[in-house]
Design a protein around this ligand. Structure first.
Ligand code: NAD
Length: 427
């Protein structure tokens, strides 16, 4: 089975986001003072907290929350549980959240964080204690009108429910119920939004459909490969299959599987549920032994795992027509230049995976209004917002004759620049 490079998953993510930012700021001639503000993060919170493990020993964990900017509204962004989580990764991911929220026209800023941990090494009871103690350590640095976390790599609805419960339990009884929207991505019975689970993958496919429409391409029988078969990878596969496309290879942390005749995402999901979340060992596909995953011949590549997976070292082999960035930061700036020169289109993360934060916004609104919304309505609203954002990004890219990524940054930065110009800088 192919060995997966884990080391590069976070390397240079912050450097990458700053290069992207500078490129867009130059193109649009971003106001000098505002450029300085947005190049920095507002707050960086690092907490060390002790947790008693199942065997009675005590371990100290390190958690992060970076709040990049809140000019447009409360900080918003996921919490990741992964060994690659550190201050630089959290900074980069928080900045991407600011741009993403701005492009989608949401009243949010950007934040990100998590714990530097390999969650597979801990029992569920330990993960619950780690999560609750992390929430306690963050205290009032998060809050429903201040900073609203959500799921990301290795975190899920159950973890969000523990955070909401812990956060609200340490409030006085009279306001306890008003605090459940301190996080989004909760289970539906705990105030979660029907459809939030699939919002990111659904949004990735809305973008792919827009791309296909713009380029007069029929998605029927188009082949695609997916890296990462967690929340984003599974749901993107689920929705793209519905368009008639064929999933021919999947890579996750456990290995790579291929099947020219197609992989059924529902059977693969069943397999992962009984296999610690891993795709390896799926009987209806072969193990991929040689060559790079991204070089597998296909029409559409969906990276939906970690950052910096497509670099100058492996991008030359890519033969697809489009890369739809489900993950945050999967393509570095050097690889992007090479890919664009080869005529491969890239739907940038800050547009492509924005279905997640848009879904989160609707969950937050639903909670604020004490309502329960129908999934069909939710998916329609997410689709509408993504189509608007997609059109604005394509139009802006054409106007400045730049890539979709730079165009997306310009859309975000124009909105933020305008806000700062209207409000000024205190005092
Ligand atoms: P997840 O934890 O549900 O799944 C992650 C997947 O990545 C797993 O299948 C895992 O095996 C795989 N993976 C981990 N390391 C890998 C490696 N070295 N090589 C190949 N595969 C590897 O996470 P998710 O929520 O699906 O998030 C995936 C990506 O999408 C992340 O970059 C995240 O920031 C981004 N994203 C997620 C959301 C969301 O709503 N969950 C929203 C926007 C963006």
């Amino acid at each position: 089975m192919e060995t997966i490079k884990k080391k590069s998953a976070k390397k240079g993510m912050y450097e990458n986001v700053m290069k992207q930012y500078d490129q867009a700021a130059d193109i649009m001639n971003l106001h000098g003072g505002i450029r300085k503000i947005l190049a920095n993060t507002n707050n960086e919170i690092v907490v060390h907290f002790p947790v008693k493990l199942d065997d009675g020993t005590i371990e100290v964990f390190t958690g992060y929350r970076v709040q990049h900017n809140n000019a447009l509204g409360p900080y918003k962004g996921g919490l990741r549980y992964h060994p690659t989580v550190d201050i630089d990764a959290a900074r980069a991911l928080a900045m991407w959240m600011t741009w993403k929220s701005a492009i989608a026209g949401l009243p949010y800023g950007g934040g990100k964080g998590g714990i530097q941990i390999d969650p597979s090494k801990y029992s569920e009871a330990e993960l619950e204690r780690i999560t609750r103690r992390f929430t306690y350590a963050l205290g009032d640095n998060i809050g429903p009108d201040l900073d609203i976390p959500a799921p990301d790599v290795n975190t899920n609805a159950k973890i969000m429910a523990w955070i909401a419960d812990t956060y609200s339990s340490i409030k006085s009884p009279s306001v306890r119920q008003k605090n459940m929207h301190v996080v989004t991505g909760k289970p539906v019975y705990s105030g979660g939004l029907a459809g939030r689970d699939r919002a990111t993958g659904f949004g990735v496919v809305v973008n792919i459909k827009n791309w296909a429409k713009t380029n007069n391409i029929d998605l029927k029988d188009k082949t695609f490969i997916v890296q990462g078969f967690g929340n984003v990878g599974y749901w993107a596969s689920h929705f793209l299959i519905k368009e008639g496309a064929k999933l021919i290879a999947v890579q996750d942390a456990s290995g790579t599987i291929v099947a020219d005749n197609g992989i059924d995402p529902e059977s693969l999901l069943d397999h992962t549920k009984n296999n610690s979340g891993n795709v390896a060992g799926f009987v209806d596909a072969a193990e991929f032994e040689n060559g790079g995953f991204f070089g597998i011949k296909c029409d559409i590549v969906i990276p939906a795992a970690l950052g910096n997976q497509i670099t100058e070292e492996n991008c030359e082999t890519i033969q697809a027509q489009v890369i739809a960035e489900g993950a945050n930061g999967p393509v570095n700036t050097e690889a992007e230049r090479i890919l664009l020169d080869k005529g491969i289109q890239i739907i940038p993360d800050i547009l492509c995976n924005s279905g997640g934060v848009i879904g989160s916004y609707y969950e937050w609104l639903q909670n604020k209004r004490s309502e329960n919304w129908k999934i069909s309505m939710v998916l329609d609203m997410i689709e509408d917002k993504i189509i608007d954002a997609y059109d604005r990004v394509v139009e802006t890219s054409q106007k400045h004759n730049v890539s979709w990524r730079v165009g997306a940054y310009v859309v975000a930065l124009e909105r933020l620049e305008q806000t700062y110009k209207e409000r000024g800088v205190f005092p």
